[in-house]
Ligand binder design. Structure first.
Ligand code: TRP
Length: 329
């Protein structure tokens, strides 16, 4: 039996190229030889105050984005978390084998709760729900970014504690960390990670208008903030990183080699680097947008998600039934 993979992404409305190169492209690649379950985690999204009117649409939009990026619902299970309420039930049960002290140590909780007027218990319990997502499918591998490794470690502890208390049932899930592309920086401030929450100038959306992407690439910060001991400024290094990721698949790295040599020789024009970055990036993004438009026009997203729910539910129901029995419910 192929290894089961599980991963989740919040329905934030739109993917940026950091998400794509750092995560989703790897999710798509894993489909070749794994049994993959991919989940749009809307229960997680409500741990902070978000626009609930927009949430439903954002979840559908994320499904379209993921499919356009290569998640194939014929090969993988793709569904929206809240359509399988067993996630919430298992989260409750797992909460009872999770230590308060462990949760209080989560750095993401500290970051996300800092400066908030209202900190929900949901935000605190977030990693328990994440463990439930993974364990509900008895997944062994979890492709995640570096920032989720601590949550994964907690998922493993939770699995161990459940197994110790109620009997061997859950495998301990291993993180699969994508080394390359996971660390794209903001073009406007290359000392910061590319992220949506930092605001519009800090990320490039996979579906963003071409003219807007061109503008962001052209005005990317290049020569300030040289870090001692590093030969390239963070901004230039980031542009090279994007270029490498974007040209990787074509198999033709000659342009990267050429521009690197120019840089070493001190004759690289940043305007040329930016031009090439933009062109290579658009070569990657264009077919994704094309697929996105076709999928949207086909009007099949509801049907596809319903079928994903059905497949996910079948696994979830079987496992939760066993858990209930073990726990004595
Ligand atoms: N916490 C993850 C993130 O912010 C999203 C997530 C929720 C997840 N459930 C998951 C990732 C289960 C992996 C497995 O990126």
């Amino acid at each position: 039996m192929a290894t089961r993979i599980f991963s989740g992404i919040q329905p934030t409305g739109t993917l940026h190229i950091g998400n794509y190169f750092g995560a989703i492209r790897n999710w798509a690649a894993l489909q070749a030889d794994h049994d993959c379950v991919y989940c749009i985690v809307d229960y997680h999204a409500i741990t902070i105050d978000i626009d609930s009117k927009a949430l439903r649409a954002a979840s559908r939009a994320m499904a379209l984005d993921l499919m356009a990026c290569g998640i194939d619902p014929k090969r993988s299970i793709l569904f929206i978390q809240s359509s399988v309420p067993e996630h919430a039930e298992l989260a409750w049960i797992l909460g009872c084998v999770t230590s308060y002290g462990d949760l209080a140590r989560m750095t993401q909780f500290k970051e996300k709760s800092a400066g908030r007027k209202f900190i929900s218990a949901g935000l605190f319990n977030y990693p328990i729900l994440q463990a439930a997502d993974i364990l509900l499918y008895k997944a062994q591998g979890v492709p995640v970014g570096e920032d989720q490794v601590q949550h994964l470690e907690l998922s493993r502890r939770i699995a161990r504690r459940f197994n110790a208390r109620f009997g061997e049932f859950f495998p301990e899930p291993e993180p699969i960390v994508e080394e390359k592309g996971g660390r794209l920086k903001s073009l406007a401030d290359p000392t910061k990670e590319m992220s949506k929450s930092a605001g519009e100038p800090n990320y490039i959306g996979v579906m963003e208008e071409e003219s807007s992407i061109r503008k962001k690439v052209r005005s990317a910060v290049t020569d300030t903030g040289l870090v001692a001991g590093e030969e390239m400024s963070p901004g230039v290094a980031n542009l090279f990183e994007i270029l490498e990721l974007a040209t990787e698949l074509s198999g033709d790295l000659s342009i990267v080699v050429e521009l690197h040599a120019d840089f070493k020789a001190g004759k690289l024009m940043y305007s040329r680097l930016k031009e090439v970055v933009f062109d290579s990036l658009m070569d990657v993004l264009r077919p994704i947008r094309q697929r996105r438009a076709e999928l949207e026009a086909s009007g099949k997203v509801e049907e596809i998600l319903a079928s994903g729910t059905k497949k996910a539910s079948a696994i979830a129901r079987e496992n939760i039934a066993r858990v209930r029995e073990m726990v004595g419910l």
